[in-house]
Write a protein that binds this ligand. Structure first.
Ligand SMILES: CC(C)(COP(=O)(O)OP(=O)(O)OC[C@H]1O[C@@H](n2cnc3c(N)ncnc32)[C@H](O)[C@@H]1OP(=O)(O)O)[C@@H](O)C(=O)NCCC(=O)NCCS
Length: 232
């Protein structure tokens, strides 16, 4: 696990669980809560937790703030993805500031990225493909995808509200699937809020199917919780 700043909110920190298959212990979570408190944070939010990890977090006082649906595209869906008809370009570190700006406009607070968190998302997997779409010289849509082993991940996808419903997200996800095909990946995963109907419709239309498992983002109020996770 790793503690990172929460974008655009100095009071909050993010506890990133790097390996989704590892279930943290209550002592580990309380240790990270102490560290975050010592660093002056008031809130500690987790990355997406598996059901067993979320259960441990709840035991030490974390409260779920978002439930994520997990979707998977199998090898067939990856193989049959057509090339996008909209041109995508590389997203480079020099674009992170502008990409983060549109990401924040698309997701809204507290979920929007800043330039630094955008960079961290790109490096969350051993290899990645990061693309942008420009309209009139402005970045209006971005996607970060990655791969580890034979598995691909759509890590982040955002289209500026002024440019939605014009096929830009479809183009970016198709670009990611074509990239995964070239790398001979056999499955792709993506998660999104269970309430995010636009994203769910988009992913399903591209061959992703919903899995039973849901993920949880949870938050701990560090001011209210004592060192043992209970109210002081
Ligand atoms: C979700 C999001 C990326 C879609 O981007 P977009 O460029 O508007 O999507 P597209 O125009 O490529 O739409 C492709 C398909 O997705 C579905 N879709 C997209 N927006 C939709 C909406 N508002 N309502 C219902 N379906 C929608 C439709 O099936 C659509 O196909 P159609 O237009 O032929 O009906 C965009 O709304 C966004 O950035 N939202 C905020 C951030 C976010 O949710 N990111 C992804 C989740 S991790």
């Amino acid at each position: 696990m790793r503690l990172e700043p929460w974008p655009h909110d100095e009071q909050a920190a993010q506890l990133v669980v790097l390996d989704p298959d590892v279930v943290p212990t209550t002592d580990e979570l309380l240790g990270w809560a102490d560290t975050a408190r010592e660093r002056g944070h008031r809130l500690l939010r987790t990355s997406a937790l598996s059901p067993p990890a979320a259960a441990v977090a709840r035991r030490v006082g974390f409260v779920p703030i978002d439930t994520l649906a997990l979707l998977r595209a199998d090898a067939d869906a990856i193989r049959s993805a057509p090339r996008p008809t909209v041109r995508t370009r590389p997203l480079r570190p020099a674009h992170h500031e502008r990409a983060a700006h549109l990401d924040r406009a698309a997701f809204g607070d507290p979920w929007g990225n800043d330039a630094a968190s955008f960079g961290r998302i790109r490096h969350a997997t051993p290899i990645h493909r990061s693309r942008r779409i420009d309209v009139d010289g402005r970045i209006v849509a971005v996607a970060v995808s990655g791969a580890g082993g034979a598995t691909g991940y759509v890590q982040r996808l955002a289209v500026h509200p002024d440019h939605q419903r014009r096929g830009l997200a479809r183009a970016l996800v198709l670009d990611a699937l074509v990239w995964m095909r070239r790398r001979k990946l056999t499955a792709a995963y993506v998660n999104t809020a269970v309430t995010n109907q636009p994203a769910l419709a988009l992913y399903k239309s591209l061959g992703f199917h919903l899995l039973d498992e849901q993920l949880t983002i949870a938050e701990l109020d560090l001011a209210a919780a004592g060192a043992d996770g209970t109210a002081p």
